[in-house]
Design a protein around this ligand. Structure first.
Ligand code: ADP
Ligand code: MG
Length: 632
């Protein structure tokens, strides 16, 4: 049999490798920025056109490259950062695999200009799809300028795979923020399609955070600082009252590299336990330093996951440090905290879990007992949620599980089928039903509806039992209210704010907002752009709470990024879904019987009452057969 094995030409091998390193414009931006940092630059400019599709240009004032290095840097495994295997265990640079430039050059048209300080002239290399087209002397500033044009010009499949410009730009924005946050002593600028998005001077960490995240460090953040033998932690954590509904501004860095680490993030969030409502997330900017030999280096350089040798201890330290910062600066009577409690962390035993600082609260306090409130539909919020939890509500886990199983068993009752309104009308609940049940002596109307397991509204129907998920029902109701406002073109019923509220966004997020501004107005917001990254809201739909505006828009932007638009097609509908889901999250807690009745009534008046806009059940009806069946 003849031989069949070929060695792939370099250009093909590079293209394959490129798939791993450069999968979208943002990853190319990351590699170029990191190279500039590794080269000791103090000023870095990033210029992109068409979200990096047609141009990604990074200019630095770092140490530059010699003529021959300028050619060599595009070879695979060309790196100046490690020389031998042992170096792998003491990496202090961002890159080390020598793959980035080779990969980028394989899938784009690249022009590199570079000059070292001791040379009069620099060199210019043009390379396209791994083919060196030219190299000649040129006059250029000290440092390096790399222009990457027409990314994926030779891989149409990958080019077509790219998302809309706004989405690709938001990925680039996120990369830029991560890099700029941790390198606060470097000046950065970032232009997109000729527009200046960031102009960051060298500054301290707090100023950099403020400049990037529209956050006044002293107002919204507490400083954190802890040194132990194992790690040092520095940075800022958000005050509990600024927790948001999305995980947006959570930044964890290890040895100057942005990382994602579920356990560590969880440790930080745990420090906020009982200080912020469920489903809210604190913001934090934490910079961890550990001995590189205590990190798993065998990780993919483009990935953000890392492994710590002392994971348990590092999590414990993070949690304790965060808790300490919150306690020290809060000085609130809720938290008993002794700031002189030093944290002693000689490398902790593997399973050590630090004791949780005690929170004092009144176990018997029940906000609803003292002064029964009678909120109207649309008027209740999340504020009482924590109080309810500490008052012991919703602890009935067993019972909840039972009910859940029961529901799962009953999946066939209405699973998947969108009940038609007519079918439901046959079993309309509410006053009429209660009257008739009284006649039959089934249940006393004064007890109905009841609120069960801190989640469900339960009432009787002529034909059986109706169980409504309060929060989901409200989501459906809000969604239809928002959608209906479209016909009235938004303006009808908009509620004027006493003082306009300013919402701020990261530059790329502000663009996403701009993209959707017509739809947002049609929901009933009166909203105007102010400056580059802020919007001023002067009126809202009636159900929206002023204090939740920023959070609602943040979630909306996140949803846009998650490509909801593409999944559901109709943008206005998607935005209404996002808004309704977000607004409904806070609607837990017991309502007055009238308010519960009103929810059921409005739910049944909806176009599609039995599922949420995203298809989850809002209600279960147990008819006579189903109930009898349980007693067989
Ligand atoms: P790595 O960063 O993993 O070493 P790269 O492919 O990103 O691999 O870069 C290859 C080499 O090119 C680097 O090791 C460095 O010596 C050189 N280089 C890349 N970018 C720059 C830059 N902006 N300034 C100076 N040298 C650079
Ligand atoms: Mg590199």
């Amino acid at each position: 049999m003849s031989d069949i094995i070929n060695i792939l030409p370099d250009s093909v091998a590079n293209q394959i490798a490129a798939g791993e390193v450069v999968d979208r414009p943002a990853s190319c931006v990351k590699e170029l920025l990191e190279n500039a940092i590794d080269a000791g630059a103090t000023q870095i400019q990033l210029i992109v056109k068409d979200a990096g599709r047609s141009l990604i240009h990074v200019i630095d004032n770092g140490k530059g490259m010699s003529d021959s290095d300028a050619r060599l840097c595009f070879e695979r495994h060309a790196t100046s950062k490690i020389h031998k295997a042992d170096d792998l265990f003491a990496i202090h640079t961002m890159g080390f695999r020598g793959e980035a430039l080779a990969s980028i050059a394989a899938v784009a048209q690249v022009e590199l200009k570079t000059r070292q300080a001791n040379n009069e002239l620099g060199t210019c290399v043009v390379i396209e799809g791994s083919d060196v087209k030219s190299q000649e002397p040129c006059s250029t500033a000290v440092g390096t300028s790399i222009a990457v044009k027409n990314l994926f010009f030779n891989i149409p499949a990958r080019r077509n795979f790219l998302k809309k410009d706004t989405i690709e730009l938001s990925h680039i924005d996120e990369i830029f923020r991560r890099v700029a946050l941790v390198n606060n002593s470097i000046s950065f600028s970032f232009h997109s399609n000729g527009k200046l998005l960031y102009d960051l001077r060298a500054s301290n960490k707090a100023q950099r955070i403020a400049a990037i995240c529209n956050m006044d460090g002293t107002q919204k953040l507490f400083p954190v600082k802890e040194e132990t033998e194992l790690v040092s932690v520095e940075g800022y954590v958000g005050k509990p009252e600024y927790a948001r509904k999305t995980r947006g501004e959570q930044y964890l860095f290890v040895n100057n590299r942005f990382i994602r680490h579920q356990k560590l993030s969880f440790a930080v969030e745990l420090a906020y336990k009982d200080m912020i409502p469920d489903h809210s997330y604190p913001c934090y900017f934490l910079f961890i330093t550990v001995d590189p030999s205590r990190l798993d280096v065998n990780i993919h350089p483009t990935k953000t996951e890392v492994r710590f040798v002392d994971e348990q201890a590092v999590s414990a330290i993070l949690r304790a440090t965060t808790k300490k910062a919150l306690g020290q600066f809060r000085l609130s009577s809720e938290i008993e905290f002794n700031p002189s409690d030093e944290i002693d962390f000689t490398p902790a035993p593997k399973d050590y879990i630090p004791p949780t600082p005690r929170i004092s609260y009144n176990e018997n306090f029940n906000p609803f007992e003292a002064s029964p409130t009678t909120p109207t539909t649309g008027g209740w919020g999340s504020s009482s949620r924590m109080a309810m939890r500490s008052a012991g509500w919703g602890d009935n886990k067993m019972a909840q599980n039972d009910l859940q199983h029961f529901f799962d068993d009953r999946e066939d009752v209405d699973a998947g089928s969108v009940l038609k309104k007519e079918t439901l009308e046959a079993s309309t609940p509410m006053a009429t039903v209660i009257e008739s049940s009284e006649e039959e002596g089934d249940a006393s109307s004064s007890d109905l509806p009841i609120f069960l397991l801190n989640r469900f509204i339960v009432t009787t129907l002529r034909s059986g039992l109706l169980i409504v998920d309060q929060c989901r029902a409200y989501e459906r109701i809000l969604f239809e209210r928002l959608m209906n406002r479209r016909q009235e073109n938004g303006a009808a019923g908009a509620q004027q704010l006493l003082f306009p509220v300013t919402c701020s966004f990261a530059p790329a997020d502000a663009e996403l907002m701009a993209d959707s501004i017509d739809e947002i107005r049609r929901m009933g917001f009166i909203i105007e752009k102010m400056g580059q990254c802020s919007y001023v809201v002067s009126a809202t739909p009636p159900d929206v709470k002023e204090s939740e505006l920023q959070m609602l828009f943040d979630q909306m932007v996140t949803d846009i990024k998650c490509d909801m638009m593409q999944r559901f097609g109709d943008r206005h509908r998607s935005l209404c879904m996002s808004m309704a889901r977000q607004m409904a999250v806070g609607t837990v807690g017991r309502l007055s019987p009238d308010a519960m009745q009103a929810i059921i009534a409005e739910l049944f008046a909806c176009q599609v009452p039995n599922i949420t806009p995203s298809g989850k059940k809002t209600m279960v009806i147990l008819d006579a057969d189903a109930i009898n069946e349980r007693f067989r």
